[in-house]
Write a new protein. Structure first.
Length: 542
């Protein structure tokens, strides 16, 4: 491969080569020059021609320039018959002289680079095209040298050795760039289509608001986890969850709710309840849905809404409406989100059914001191996970109210039977807990580094716990030893990092955007179907 520097270097002309050759040959060269010299330019012939009818030989360029202004032979002065514009008619190539010139040996153009070969002038171009001393460039790097030097260099050049790898990487990069461009085009097209659908949906809602209205839950939610600015109170409806016909437990998510998913935003009850429902019961959207054990989730787990504990701790017996149709003693785990003082934590009641069965059978639980020797797979307990330690939420208070709730549920479902009690002393007026029947575990869990992410941490605790207690073959058994040791053997602190929490914000935002798009598309399809039904049928052609 010719080097760029070699291409930029102007090669000497054939006349210059002959001059150099004659000079190098000394006296013999000077004699040759006399016979092969043009009498007009006094240099070696360049395209020798003779002039009819005299036969004197000149360079073609020299005699052509002369005859354009004169009509005489430059050497003898004899007048020539030359028609205007037809000088070539009196010029005949001197083939014999040209053959003598082409046979003259001249040095290679690359003599300065080490080539010692002399070639006939007529064969010079062929020689120089293949001269081993011709400058060349490494195919992979900036090294320049003769062809021989470049060939030796390329044997050890790391760029040549790694060339196939680099080519493959570059090809992959080009493919990825192409995929990115295609993805951008698709996203742009989808965004434009979404904007058109949104505009159409807004027009439909303005025309028929009653048809597209979403039924809100009957009980207004108290936003004790809110620290809302004007943008976060935007009441514009985005979607309801679950999608479809609204029910009493449907969650209506607004534009203001979704703005809380921006960095630094506080999650409110709607967002926490929405994502808990997704984790536990949504086979399409749950991050755990791909696990083969996810099919057991709905039968094993019940997630209470955020208002449940708020109303329970206020002594409001309306909490019964959240267990209507749900046997909490048939569940393995009850998820209870707790929100107080602008802070979220998570309580998990484990194996409440085992608690009831053992109480009915008269089973005596081991004491706290001996509980660490019990390795059975099902130990009833309350696990409290708080991203601020115990500085804001009292784990004992939460345990107390959950005990009350379990006893209330038992009385409601077994009216007329002797109720089991979760209290050590007489039920009336006693606030002394028996730590042996329902243990409280407070494992060390990842801690938040700001004041805004507690809701996300509570959701991530639920997701990670269910991943290990229900999915992946349920490696977390929740036995007596684990509970008494606050699960120190399981290293809950390594479940996730702050970076995972930031990623979780983005995941929930994407999930919300997908649901909004589903709503828009469903409304658009319904509108299309209504329009099609309203059009009169076509008459058959006669």
């Amino acid at each position: 491969m010719a080097d760029a520097a070699d291409a930029a270097e102007a090669p000497p002309s054939k006349r210059q080569r002959l001059e150099a050759a004659f000079e190098a040959q000394g006296e013999e060269g000077r004699r040759k020059r006399q016979h092969l010299c043009c009498s007009m330019c006094l240099g070696p012939f360049d395209e020798p021609v003779f002039v009819k009818p005299l036969g004197n030989t000149y360079c073609k360029g020299c005699i052509t320039a002369w005859l354009s202004e004169n009509r005489t032979d430059p050497l003898t002065g004899t007048r020539l018959t030359v028609r205007e514009g037809n000088i070539a008619a009196v010029l005949v190539p001197n083939i014999a002289v040209q053959q003598i010139i082409d046979a003259q040996s001249v040095p290679c153009r690359y003599a300065a680079r080490g080539c010692e070969a002399w070639s006939a002038l007529g064969d010079l171009e062929a020689h120089e095209a293949n001269c081993p001393c011709k400058p060349s460039k490494c195919a992979r790097c900036a090294f320049v040298g003769s062809r021989l030097e470049v060939a030796a260099h390329e044997q050890a050049c790391p760029f040549v050795v790694l060339g196939p790898v680099l080519d493959a990487q570059n090809a992959r990069i080009r493919n990825l760039e192409g995929e990115v461009r295609d993805a951008k085009r698709r996203l742009t097209a989808e965004h434009e289509a979404t904007q058109r659908l949104k505009a159409r949906l807004e027009a439909l809602e303005a025309q028929r608001p009653g048809d597209l209205a979403v039924v809100s839950p009957p009980a207004a939610r108290r936003t004790r986890a809110t620290r809302a600015g004007p943008a976060e109170t935007d009441p514009t409806l985005v979607f309801q969850y679950p999608p479809g016909v609204a029910a009493s437990d449907s969650i209506v998510v607004t534009r203001g709710d979704l703005r809380r998913l921006e960095p630094g935003g506080y999650l409110n009850e709607k967002l926490v309840d929405f994502y808990l429902k997704v984790i536990v019961a949504d086979a399409r959207r749950s991050p755990l849905a791909e696990d083969p054990d996810f099919g057991n989730m709905a039968s094993a787990v019940h997630a209470f809404p955020s208002d449940f504990f708020t109303m329970l701790s206020a002594g409001n017996e309306r909490v019964e409406r959240w267990t209507r149709g749900v046997d909490v003693f048939a569940k393995k785990f009850l998820l209870v989100p707790v929100v107080e003082d602008l802070h979220w934590s998570l309580a998990i009641v484990c194996h409440p059914g085992e608690l009831a069965k053992r109480a009915i059978a008269g089973h005596i639980y081991p004491t706290v001191d001996s509980a660490d020797h019990e390795d059975g797979p099902a130990r009833p307990c309350v696990i409290h996970m708080d991203s601020r330690g115990s500085s804001l939420h009292s784990a004992r208070k939460i345990e107390k109210w959950l005990r009350c709730f379990l006893e209330m549920e038992w009385r409601k479902r077994h009216a007329g039977e002797e109720p089991f009690t979760l209290w050590a002393g007489p039920r009336a007026g006693s606030a002394i807990m028996n730590p042996a029947d329902l243990l409280l575990a407070r494992p060390k869990v990842p801690q938040q580094m700001n004041s805004a992410d507690s809701g996300l941490y509570a959701l991530r605790y639920a997701q990670e716990f269910l991943t290990r207690a229900v999915c992946r073959g349920a490696p977390l058994a929740v036995n007596g030893r684990d509970v008494s040791l606050d699960f120190r053997d399981h290293d809950f602190e390594a479940w996730f990092t702050g970076r995972d929490i930031a990623e979780m914000r983005r995941d929930i935002k994407k999930l919300a955007a997908d649901l909004e798009l589903e709503k828009i598309r469903a409304a658009y399809r319904r509108e299309q179907a209504e329009d099609a039904a309203a059009r009169p049928p076509r008459r058959p052609r006669q």
